[in-house]
Write a protein that binds this ligand. Structure first.
Ligand code: NAD
Length: 355
């Protein structure tokens, strides 16, 4: 089992270090190789995704990724910015399906800004299409407008587009995931306004006919954004496009209290995956040793389950995380009076001990 370990920038190195310790504490053998990515790779090699890093990621069964980015790189040309590394990895590895579970741990119901009764027991899975939509659609750029409201002035444009196979494959992923859960899928679109998402809705509906045991409903994205904070437990599996999924999955993350708790997986069609916390590099707390490593540790558990075929080891890690929460250990982001504040390293060590 070969794992490419790409810590990246900011808190990335701190949190991935703890996840690696947890993996090493399992009675399994991994070949782990670490490489630079993001701003760290730009500093060392002049590019956020050097060839050697991409080669390592392609050859591995799975990639354990920290986070990339820092405000200090905002002035760089777009292709050299740290965030391009993640887009490059998604594209080159064909990681089209992003899984973002939003689970409210029993011990953290009070960490959410929502009323405890709304989120107690919350367990939803957002499946976001990751390689299409307006984030990748061409053409894009800047030009002088020849029509529109202000012809002759400067404008910028992006292209929203989805092909039938792109929608079909993500729809299959969602229906299959729903079969392992409560057999409900909500497809989120903007079919009332956008041609792309009327097509999305039509294709998802067609694919749904292959899964008569799974209930499918459709919701406009603006309504979905409201329902997520009004009655989040109504959702089970949510499937949506790249841009809507980007926004809704962060909203869902905050339902559970801290983005520092939430793992994610991005998969291709051969079960190869990139596993990373849902949050970014948090430059505001980098180097302070206070970041929550649990999202990354839980991402490592997803990696064991989905790419390395070790579901029991995944369950052991998830149980160990529940144990440390039950012991009252909290990093600053999830701390509340009456619990014990620990730093990044202490949290990682507690998970290892609980294992
Ligand atoms: P962020 O997720 O890095 O941070 C948002 C807030 O959450 C900050 O206050 C941060 O301190 C806090 N936070 C995040 N992770 C935490 C953790 N594990 N423990 C405790 N607190 C945590 O988002 P941002 O500030 O908007 O972006 C910072 C940088 O990260 C930017 O350069 C952005 O482009 C990049 N980014 C990268 C990824 C990625 O690598 N996949 C994703 C999102 C943002």
């Amino acid at each position: 089992m070969k794992i490419a370990v790409l810590p990246g920038d900011g808190i990335g190195t701190e949190i991935v270090g703890e996840a690696v310790k947890v993996l090493n504490a399992l009675d399994l053998r991994f070949e782990m190789e670490t490489a630079l990515v993001g701003g760290a790779a730009y500093e060392a090699h002049g590019h956020p995704l050097p060839d050697a890093t991409l080669k390592l990621a392609k050859e591995a069964d799975a990639v354990l990724f920290g986070a990339v980015g820092d405000w200090k790189y905002d002035q760089l040309d777009r292709p050299l910015r740290p965030e391009q590394a993640i887009l490059g990895l998604r594209k080159n590895l064909g990681l089209f399906a992003n899984f973002r579970p939003a689970i409210c741990f029993e011990q953290l119901v009070d960490a959410s800004s929502l009323k405890p009764e709304l989120i107690a027991g919350l367990d939803i899975l957002i499946i976001r299409e990751l390689t299409g939509d307006i984030y990748f659609g061409l053409p894009r750029g800047r030009r002088v407008a020849t029509d529109g409201h202000f012809p002759g002035t400067e404008e910028a444009f992006d292209t929203m587009r989805y092909s039938r196979p792109e929608i079909e494959r993500i729809a299959h992923v969602a229906f299959q995931a729903a079969r392992k859960r409560s057999k409900r899928v909500t497809s989120v679109d903007k079919a009332n306004v956008l041609e792309t998402f009327q097509f999305w809705k039509d294709v998802v509906t067609e694919v749904g006919k292959d899964y008569p045991d799974v209930a499918l409903d459709h919701m406009y994205v603006d309504n979905a954004a409201m329902q997520l904070v009004r009655a989040p437990k109504k959702f089970d599996v949510v499937v949506t496009g790249n841009m809507f999924g980007d926004i809704l999955s962060d909203e869902a993350a905050m339902l559970t209290g801290s983005i520092g708790m939430l793992p994610s997986a991005s998969m291709n069609s051969s079960q190869q995956g990139l596993y990373e916390p849902s949050h970014g590099s948090a430059p505001d707390i980098a180097g302070k040793g206070i970041a929550n490593p649990l999202a990354t540790i839980l991402s490592a558990a997803m990696m064991l389950r989905f790419s390395l075929n070790q579901p029991e080891a995944a369950e052991r890690i998830e149980a160990a995380v529940k144990t440390v929460l039950a012991q009252g250990l909290r990093t600053a982001d999830i701390f509340s009076p009456g619990t014990t504040r620990v730093n990044t390293h202490e949290m990682g060590a507690a998970v290892v001990k609980a294992l």
